[in-house]
Design a protein around this ligand. Structure first.
Ligand code: DGJ
Length: 722
């Protein structure tokens, strides 16, 4: 791994990836981002020519234009007509001309104050800091690029320092920008809706823009802050691809712009339409951190590079390899309708079948009889629980299980004591009526008083009770932004609000490191890398239907690790889809994530309970393979919409999952070629005892056989025997 400057070239290169930039008269150009190159000699130089209508900095040289160069940053007003990476309202215009001044190589990963940043062990990461200054104004721009030992992912962010003596306004400050050579590209994104999160979407990129984003004040169910650019021929096992991701949970934009020369600019950052950051002289602003990943070995390799990076450098280190408990959550079992007896009956059954954690969901506090009231009143409802919370916690602990609790810290109900005491704590426009969602309002975490109040309140809750696990929910998006003392103050509120939320997340996770935090936002409404820096687990969707989950879990694990993904077996007919699937299918699908249960175990027959006990026992034997293993997709849903398959390899063990949605007739069963096996070894399938050579599993493949009928799955466990 090295970062160096050779002549006017900056290299960041390890054994996976290289970023090479050139400085020319203070301008910075991107010469290469891709496979590792330790010695670069302009083999891919742009052929400079006079492009009509592409402006030139020098009248005598019509072959050089900022409009056509592959740049490190995109600026406004000097001839680059593409989307900018930096746009500043200052004096009477937006024009900047930042030029290189100096550089530094720093050890480790710089931490962005107030925002989630990656981490690395000593000696694992190095950072290049490029210092630029505007040619006219006392305005400075620092670009940070961090390279990690053995990783195909680099991280970066930019920092603006205002020394102009005047207040300026940042209108665009992206986290990453990449200018890439012309090619035939596809763009991949993850779209959807509530209950339909992270749907893989691949489409051709043509001249123009492809753009995704969120203006919801959260990353949202519908969009994931990530964009992948792949060569049109790239598939799971071959071809090159680039991914940009951002560690941010608020309004964002990601785009791919194909310009008139068919060159591509990729960008990701805080949504420029919603960034109006006032920067007084003497102040600085840092963008959130972005991840840039490259592979030439196909989309499975891209996924694995991203997952490994998240485990090594984003997820709280104590949790990235820590096996997750099998849980039972009472939400779909009882909703708000529970009491001590009902809960303890579920706990008893859960203990019988070997479940390890009981999670008490919404409804345990204040007057929370339904979802129209009491958010904010975080006082245990002892009459509903028939006694103190500690009695229930002890009951669970006495049965050898852990105890988890649901909270929703960012929200407030109008029908609550907290609202009656602090109506001003709500995000709102004074004088206008509220806009509601799920009958609730959003607390203004841009207000330090609010942050301090909840630090104390939840700090006290976690100190007072022996809580092992927290499910942190967030059930609406932000509207009516208007708490500022002036327009410019209000325009800064969305980012400030998020800084306040991150402050609380950082405080609670650092103060109570033994507590496993799960993030949730009505399922996957904020399943992003900003939150994953604090919370190592995500409830990826409220949709617990096994068939819908196939696509959702496929989308989650495209870039994020399996160990972060909660997956529950629920009742049939399924509460969201009204679909009935076999218990085996529900178990198999949930076992390709962190297995949990979310149904009233007391309603199951003895036979079903026996099946659940078997699932739990089986999962305990394969848990390390699923949660720590390498996940590889075996089928591409674009070409196989009725079939899903993936494998997990860990040490000398392998799990192969296969699911067929609808029954088919007169169609051969699929034979899938397994991956990453030792061709010279033998593998034994554990339930049948059958032995196969690695070579035949790789080159001849394994035929997937499931019972006739709809919604069938299989989960096979292999051990290497030689
Ligand atoms: C939405 C979550 O996604 C559900 O799992 C559940 O916790 C409810 N909120 C509770 O209100």
């Amino acid at each position: 791994m090295k970062i160096c400057k050779a002549e006017n070239l900056f290299y960041l290169v390890n054994d996976q990836v290289a970023l090479i930039m050139e400085e020319k008269e203070g301008r910075l150009f991107l010469r290469h981002f891709g496979g590792p190159i330790a010695s670069y000699h302009h083999a891919n130089a742009m052929h400079e020519m006079d492009h009509a209508f592409s402006p030139n900095p020098r009248s005598e040289d019509r072959t050089f234009s900022m409009d056509t160069q592959r740049q490190v940053l995109g600026q406004v007003g000097r001839g680059d007509f593409r989307k900018p990476s930096i746009r500043i309202n200052h004096t009477n215009n937006q024009v900047t001309d930042f030029r290189y001044v100096d550089y530094q190589v720093l050890d480790g990963v710089p931490q962005v104050v107030g925002l989630p940043s990656p981490h690395a062990k000593e000696g694992q990461a190095q950072t290049l800091k490029l210092q630029l200054k505007d040619t006219v104004l006392d305005l400075y721009l620092n670009l940070y690029y961090t390279l990690y030992e053995g990783s195909a992912t680099l991280t970066c962010f930019q920092e603006v320092v205002n020394q102009t003596g005047e207040t300026i306004e940042l209108a665009t400050c992206l986290s990453a920008m990449l200018d890439l050579p012309a090619g035939a590209y596809d763009v991949i994104s993850f779209q959807g809706a509530y209950g339909r999160e992270k749907r893989f979407q691949r489409q051709a990129l043509k001249q123009g823009y492809f753009e995704i984003g969120s203006s919801r004040g959260a990353s949202g169910h519908g969009q994931t802050p990530a964009i992948i650019l792949a060569d049109r021929l790239t598939q799971d096992d071959a071809g090159q691809a680039y991914a940009l991701q951002i560690m941010y949970s608020g309004n964002f934009q990601a785009f791919a712009q194909c310009n008139q020369l068919e060159e591509v600019r990729l960008g990701i950052g805080i949504h420029p339409d919603l960034l109006h950051w006032r920067l007084a002289s003497g102040e600085s602003f840092s963008s959130p951190v972005a991840l840039m990943t490259y592979t030439f070995q196909g989309l499975n390799a891209l996924s694995q590079a991203s997952q490994t990076f998240i485990l090594d450098h984003i997820m709280p280190p104590a949790y990235s390899q820590q096996l997750r408990p099998i849980l039972i959550n009472n939400w779909e079992a009882t909703y708000f309708d529970f009491n001590f007896d009902k809960l303890t009956q579920i706990v008893d059954k859960a203990q019988e079948v070997g479940i390890e954690l009981f999670v008490l969901d919404d409804g345990w506090f204040g007057d929370r009889q339904d979802d129209q009231r009491a958010l904010g009143d975080w006082v245990v409802n002892e009459s509903k629980l028939g006694g103190p919370l500690s009695r229930l916690i002890d009951y669970v602990h006495d049965r050898g299980m852990k105890f988890g609790l649901w909270i929703e810290p960012e929200m407030i109900s109008q029908e609550s004591d907290l609202y009656r005491q602090h109506p001003d704590w709500v995000i709102q426009v004074p004088g206008r009526s509220h806009t509601y969602a799920r009958s609730q309002l959003v607390l203004d975490y841009a207000n330090p008083e609010v942050v301090a109040y909840f630090k104390e309140l939840f700090g006290d809750l976690l100190s007072r009770y022996a809580i092992d696990y927290i499910k942190w929910d967030m059930n609406r998006n932000i509207t009516d932004v208007g708490n500022g003392t002036s327009l410019s103050d209000t325009l800064m509120q969305p980012h400030r609000h998020l800084l306040g939320v991150y402050d609380l997340m950082a405080y609670l996770t650092q103060t109570f490191p033994h507590v496993l935090f799960e993030s949730c936002a009505g399922g996957g409404g904020r399943n992003d890398l900003g939150v994953m820096r604090y919370f190592p687990q995500v409830w990826v969707s409220d949709n617990t239907d096994a068939i819908e989950r196939l696509a959702i879990q496929h989308g989650h694990t495209y870039l994020y690790p399996t160990i972060a993904m909660g997956a529950h077996v629920s009742a049939v007919p399924n509460h969201q889809m009204n679909r009935t699937t076999p218990l085996k299918t529900r178990g198999d699908v949930a076992m390709t994530g962190n297995l949990g249960y979310e149904l009233d175990l007391c309603q199951l027959s003895n036979e079903e309970l026996g099946q659940v006990a078997q699932q739990v026992a089986f999962y305990k034997t394969i848990r390390p393979i699923i949660q720590r293993g390498q996940r590889t997709r075996l089928l591409d849903p674009e070409h196989f919409p009725n079939d899903w398959a993936c494998q997990f390899s860990y040490q000398d063990q392998l799990i192969v999952f296969y699911g067929r949605v609808l029954s088919t007739l007169e169609k051969s069963e699929l034979t899938l070629k397994l991956k990453n096996l030792d061709p010279h070894a033998f593998y034994q399938e554990q339930s049948s005892g059958k032995i196969y050579s690695g070579a035949e599993l790789i080159y001849a493949g394994l035929t997937m056989v499931v019972p006739r009928g709809d919604f069938q799955t299989s989960l096979q466990h292999f051990k290497k025997i030689q």
